[in-house]
Design a protein around this ligand. Structure first.
Ligand SMILES: Nc1ncnc2c1ncn2[C@@H]1O[C@H](COP(=O)(O)OP(=O)(O)OP(=O)(O)O)[C@@H](O)[C@H]1O
Length: 225
């Protein structure tokens, strides 16, 4: 479903030097797979996830989505593909501060013309129930705990029924027990949705739960297991 062929990513530093963040990465991820991405801080995990999420473009190589090379896509096409196929959960939740849990959850649906406002709200309510937040539907993020905010973010990632969910250290801002609960919920919800999960994590116990583990070192895939 997603394939990397010789993907590399460089950035240019202020002094004009080029820095390689990712180098010659080949990867193929199939439908419904759970892939954990591990590696030291700075090894290129977030860079790889941002490329898979079509939030960034490679310097070299090709990224294929369902066999289609996305390198020729315009920004608006990439936005459309993201809206159609991808859901994101970040470490910092990234909720809209002035919007309620319902409005935050419904936000990705605004990009699809298929649903009117009533249907968007109905779907958001249903998804918030699934993550156990029926009692906090009208709450603003500032009045919610970190665990609750991340549940809203999970609901938002799944509300559009994406085929691929990308999660970058989603429990990194939570205490251990809340983090474990939120992670369980994320994995269960992604399975329930039959979606693919790509999870960046430092937690090796968690990585063992994945179908596959991709280990990065200095921008290269060191091993897969
Ligand atoms: N735009 C940029 N300019 C310069 N250096 C960058 C840029 N983006 C990322 N880097 C560097 O590239 C390396 C890889 O970054 P990346 O965020 O992908 O690592 P990571 O494995 O996700 O790290 P962490 O676990 O700490 O989040 C890091 O050393 C980072 O500082």
């Amino acid at each position: 479903m997603i394939a990397f062929e010789g993907v590399g990513k460089d950035v240019e530093l202020h002094n004009g030097q080029r820095l390689t963040l990712l180098d010659r990465v080949d990867l193929a991820v199939g439908a419904g797979e759970f892939v954990a991405v591990v590696g030291r801080s700075g090894s290129g995990k977030s860079t790889m996830l941002n490329l898979i999420g079509l939030l960034d473009t490679p310097t070299r190589g090709r990224i294929l989505l369902d066999g289609r090379d996305v390198s020729g896509c315009s920004d608006s096409e990439l936005s459309r593909l993201r809206g159609q196929h991808l859901g994101f959960v970040f470490q910092q939740f990234n909720l809209l501060a002035k919007r309620t849990a319902i409005a935050n959850t419904a936000a990705p649906l605004v990009f699809t013309t298929a649903y009117d406002a009533k249907e968007r709200t109905r779907r958001a309510v249903e998804q918030l129930r699934r993550v156990g937040l029926e009692h906090r539907m009208d709450a603003l993020p500032s009045t919610m705990s970190g665990g609750e905010q991340q549940r809203v973010a999970i609901a938002r990632a799944l509300v559009g029924k994406p085929r691929i969910v990308l999660a970058d250290e989603p429990t990194g801002s939570l205490d251990e027990s809340t983090g474990a609960q939120v992670m369980r919920l994320l994995i269960d919800e992604v399975r329930h949705a039959d979606a693919t999960l790509l999870l960046v994590t430092h937690d090796l116990d968690l990585a063992r739960e994945a179908d596959r583990v991709v280990r990065l070192e200095k921008g290269k895939v060191l091993e897969e297991s």
